[in-house]
Design a protein around this ligand. Sequence first.
Ligand code: NI
Length: 217
Amino acid sequence: MNKKTILKKTEAHLRSLFDGETSGHDWWHIHRVHMLALHIGKKEKADLFVVELGALLHDIADFKFHGGDEKAGGREARKWLVSLNVSEDIISQICYIVDNVSFKGLGVQETMRSVEGKVVQDADRLEALGAIGIARTFAYGGHKGRPMYVPGKKPVFHKNFKSYKKGSMSGINHFYEKLLHLKDRMNTKTGKLMAKRRHEFMEKYLKEFFAEWGGKK
Ligand code: NI
């Protein structure tokens, strides 16, 4: 099977699995990560086949939806790629990306080693920032039955993955526990530049949110 067919089949597979999902991890999130990763991957001179496959499969079985199982993603990605007769060399590169792409708490050291992985991780992180990031944060909170904001409940610094897995108390706390720190955790030059704009928009948004919350605007 040629690379183009593998990508087309993978795209259709993910679309059928995630179409209409309502936690912000739907097909369109995957599609946007794919497009962002392709854009960043070209500028960073990464292997685009690995970048595209990694982006399409990055959320195939995220720990957030699999009882905290960090290895479920790699397992599912492998199963799919084996069914398409993709070479073991490519499969191991993709599984490495899928297993290491997710944010696991502010205090957790990150280990993404491959250029392709860095690109996919940056693309996924951009999706947590800016206007889309804000929309996804509240969609995810609603999906989990969490409030938008709870005055007086301070954000938590998650020292380890176990504590991070429990999730934020509210959508607003999630900004302080993860989103506002992502701009300093981007891997690539291109990703950093793109994150800056989205970060500034979120800061403006939070200012406005608290002004409205205070009843003065
Ligand atoms: Ni994602």
